[in-house]
Design a protein around this ligand. Structure first.
Ligand code: SF4
Length: 480
């Protein structure tokens, strides 16, 4: 896992994965799917297709629309099956060799792998594999998977994949492409990272049209219908025989990442049967009930704060206004900027709408406070636009711990909530009042009675410090 740039103040999703089987122009549909998943990673994109005889690949740094803009590039990706990947990475990790999908030739022919998440024993396994003579070409956890599959002694690709999956620990969703077994999807045993199964109508006769994607918004863009979420620990094998489901891990429960609902996923996605938009709206309502304040306007910090602010406004009866305007045209140049430009980053992305803010008591609704630097800049900007009072309401509990499951967060010493009391945070951000949604309130918004009830179904380790998957590398343990 990469670390955030020093001054970055938001957690970033590491990746989005997409695959489609049994349709003409599979690569073009994959490019559209990746475009819908662009919010999960903006640094690089890649597609591998298979035409029945050979694999074809194209990968590059940049947004999907930049990497796959050229018609010649798309026509060099023929085939009825393709998988793709979006990646977020920092300056140090932005190398073409780290762009997925990863493709390798091994005993069973070719194998392409697109992976979202993080293995918590990747370092340990990697050391063991290197001692056995494996040569690594990238810094990605995905390559550990590929080597484990390549050296496995089992006789089929599926058995080798299961063998590899049983050796790794972590939170991941994986899509692989093989010449003989088709497209294979795999979700980690606790289902921390998302993966959904969909189908494009019109290809039923040939058993085609199957789609795997990180989120349902990637199904919508290609007119595919949502079939179901891939279950935690489930392997789905998709080929001319249809979809075969394998559950090599048995039932270990489920611990879906609760931060997907709060921040990462696109609001029009449905994950684990719940609308992300509805979840955010309900969290906003809960926050209004828990920490009401007299104010004139409810203002979201765009974009993820918008549905929650609508919920907060509806519950409180205070008008919702767009007091902060987001510039959607901040190009890639500014995603990995110089320090000087980075310091101006908030103003490049957000502008204060003076007509809404001047002389008003403002409630700002945001999803999280990580380092606090972005929050401080936004509050300063809102005050400079004439706000009389600024109150901050956060739709997650305080982020006190790092994520080791594929979401790129700073180390604990850099997290504002890990180091400061609520009152010190309030002062550091410069607001009149500051409140976070409670754990119970968060789970009530998701339809449970409290955290005891709901928390069993989710990972909330970055708030609670209760990590559901052993952090093997961090603990320095050896995996047998
Ligand atoms: S630690 Fe936080 S961000 Fe990471 S998987 Fe768990 S809930 Fe999601």
């Amino acid at each position: 896992m990469m670390s955030l740039p020093e001054s970055s103040s938001r957690p970033y999703e590491e990746c989005g994965v997409f695959g489609v089987w049994g349709v003409p122009d599979a690569a073009a549909l994959t490019a559209l799917g990746l475009h819908a998943l662009q919010h999960r990673g903006q640094e690089s994109a890649g597609i591998v297709s298979f035409d029945g005889n050979a694999f074809h690949q194209h990968k590059g740094l940049g947004l999907v629309g930049e990497v796959f803009a050229d018609g010649d590039v798309m026509s060099a990706l023929p085939g009825h099956v393709a998988i793709g990947h979006n990646r977020y990475a920092t300056a140090g990790g932005t190398h073409v060799r780290n762009v997925q999908p990863l493709y390798a030739d091994y005993a069973f022919g070719g194998l392409a792998v697109a992976h979202n998440g993080n293995l918590t024993n990747a370092k340990t396994l990697r050391q063991a594999l290197v001692r056995r003579g494996c040569i690594f070409h990238s810094a990605m956890d995905t390559e550990v998977f590929v080597h484990l599959i390549a050296i496995s002694l089992y006789n089929t690709v599926i058995d080798r994949l299961m063998d590899a999956a049983k050796q790794v620990k972590g939170a991941y969703s994986l899509i692989t492409l093989t010449p003989d077994d088709g497209m294979i999807g795999l979700r980690d045993p606790l289902g921390v990272r998302p993966l959904v199964l969909g189908r494009m109508p019109g290809y039923e006769e040939d058993n085609g049209g199957w789609v795997l994607a990180s989120e349902t918004c990637a199904l919508d863009i290609i007119d595919a219908e949502y079939v179901r979420d891939v279950e935690p620990g489930e392997i789905v094998v998709i080929n001319a025989d249809g979809v075969k489901s394998l559950k090599p891990f048995g039932d270990k429960g489920r611990r879906f990442c609760v931060f997907e609902y709060i921040y990462f996923a696109r609001p029009d996605s449905i994950l684990e049967g719940k609308s992300v938009y509805d979840a955010r709206t309900q969290i906003g309502r809960e926050l209004a009930r828990e920490s009401a304040i007299d104010a004139d306007v409810i203002v979201p910090v765009p974009d993820s704060g918008v549905p929650s602010a609508l919920g907060y406004a509806a519950e409180s009866g205070i008008p919702f206004e767009l007091g902060i305007i987001r510039n959607h045209y901040v190009g890639r140049t500014f995603i990995e900027p110089t320090d000087q430009i980075r310091n101006l980053g908030v103003r490049m992305k957000h502008s204060a709408n003076r007509s809404v803010l001047e002389g008003r008591r403002v409630v700002l609704v945001d999803d999280s406070i990580v380092r606090g630097t972005t929050s401080r800049k936004i509050v300063d900007m809102v005050r400079a636009a004439g706000a009389k009072e600024v109150h901050m309401r956060i739709t997650s509990p305080p982020t006190k711990h790092s994520c080791f499951y594929g979401i790129d967060t700073p180390e604990e010493s850099k997290l504002l909530a890990a180091q400061h009391s609520l009152e010190d945070m309030r002062k550091a951000i410069g607001v009149d009042t500051l409140a976070f949604v409670s754990f119970d309130g968060l789970y009530q918004a998701l339809g449970y009675s409290d955290r005891n009830d709901g928390g069993r179904n989710y990972c909330d380790a970055c708030f609670s410090g209760e990590y559901p998957i052993t952090l093997v590398d961090k603990m320095g343990k050896l995996v047998q």
